[in-house]
Design a protein around this ligand. Structure first.
Ligand code: PMV
Length: 368
């Protein structure tokens, strides 16, 4: 598939309707950090899809000119944005930019006025990046409209283009459309992998990873001092960039084998090394920055101690922030949750954490 294959040529033949989809967040095991023009990743990445942390978005659309109240002469996009049912003006520029980026692929967008009503299942300002689930949920809703305009569209194309559009909103969002384990970015050992969209991990996932748990420890809910856009940019001319990109390819090869054979010791090594490498890239860019907090390090050390003493296969990963994702198999859930309550909750802001697990991707809720 090339970018041109995603350009739609359909007439806006439907007057109005609405859809509602939920899309999950995802947590990368091999991280995406650094990008080229048009949200093309500098290296491939792979993630677990989450089950409970989701964005739920309703997209209502009405053809412009259909209602006299709407401005038919405007050549700009026309949309209202609601967050939890209330207008949210400061989210609009991001959506405007998203529409501008995807317009070439969805030329019918300006034919409609949209009402986008969105909410998250996780607390706002919890420090959990909502852009992946939010952009995925919006992109999938738009694809529902496109499918209504072109009913012959295949399921595969629907998902590919939804992921392709989501990527243009926020890179990692392309891994939040379909499947429990998703690969994004060209990799020689993964058939059909693409820089343009995420694909489901094509191998059979080992039973050790069934219902894999992710408990997210909310260490810091504050605004990030450095956005991921700025962070990605700092990989240009980064002294270790080329080595890092090569390492991500190797780690993806290694984790592919691990996800097939269930070797948890190897899984832990790759995942923790990836998390620390991501933050090492931040600490060694110019300007340099640190997103971990003292409690992030306290938690990491406690996890290492617990793992050494109990031989429980529990590990951590990090996003571009201070929160810690604690990853472990379902069969040690009780022990790990007890450990979290006894030893880690004290490092979380207001004692907050979220219990999640590997999920399956987006879900259609309303189709009108
Ligand atoms: O999708 P973005 O541009 O917010 O970048 C996300 C980058 C990381 O979350 C740090 C890593 C990843 O692969 O998700």
């Amino acid at each position: 598939m090339s970018e041109k294959d995603f350009i739609a040529h359909h007439q806006a033949s439907i007057e109005n309707g609405n859809f509602q989809w939920s899309a999950p967040s995802n947590i990368a095991l091999v991280k995406y950090w650094g990008k080229k023009d048009k949200q093309i990743p500098a290296n491939p990445s792979i993630s677990f899809t989450l089950n409970n942390c989701k964005t739920i978005t309703k997209l209502a659309f009405v053809k412009r000119g259909f209602s006299t109240a709407l401005d038919v002469t405007s050549s700009d996009f026309s949309f209202d944005l609601l967050f939890e049912g209330k207008p949210k003006e400061n989210f609009k520029p991001k959506i405007q930019k998203f529409f501008e980026r995807i317009e070439i692929y969805c030329p019918y967008l300006k034919d409609y006025h949209f009402t986008i009503d969105t909410e998250n299942t996780f607390p706002h300002s919890s420090g959990i990046a909502s852009s992946a689930s939010a952009m995925a949920a919006l992109a999938i809703n738009i694809m529902s409209l496109e499918k209504a305009l072109n009913p012959a569209m295949t399921e595969d194309f629907f998902c590919q283009k939804a992921s392709f559009l989501a990527r243009l909103g926020s890179g990692s969002a392309c891994r939040s459309v379909k499947g429990s384990v998703v690969v994004w970015g060209n990799h020689v050992e993964i058939n059909d992998s693409s820089d343009l969209f995420g694909i489901e991990f094509p191998s059979q996932l080992h039973a050790n990873f069934k219902n894999y748990q992710d408990t997210i420890l909310l260490v810091d809910k504050g605004e990030k001092q450095v956005s991921s856009t700025v962070g990605h940019d700092l990989m240009h001319n980064h002294p270790f960039a080329e080595q890092r990109f090569a390492q991500a390819h190797q780690n993806l090869s290694a984790i592919k084998t691990v996800l097939e054979n269930g070797n948890l010791e190897e899984f832990i090594k790759i995942v923790e090394s990836e998390a620390l490498t991501l933050h090492a890239m931040m600490m060694t860019s110019l300007p340099y920055f640190i997103l971990m907090k003292p409690n992030t390090l306290e938690i990491i050390n406690k996890i290492w101690k617990f793992r050494n003493e109990t031989k429980t296969p529990v590990c951590f990963t990090l996003d571009a922030g201070a929160n810690v994702h604690v990853l472990y198999p379902e069969n040690v859930r009780e022990n790990v949750l007890q450990f979290i309550k006894d030893e880690l909750v004290g490092y979380c802001q207001n004692g907050n954490y979220i219990c999640d697990a590997i999920g399956n991707g987006s879900q259609l809720i309303i189709d009108n």
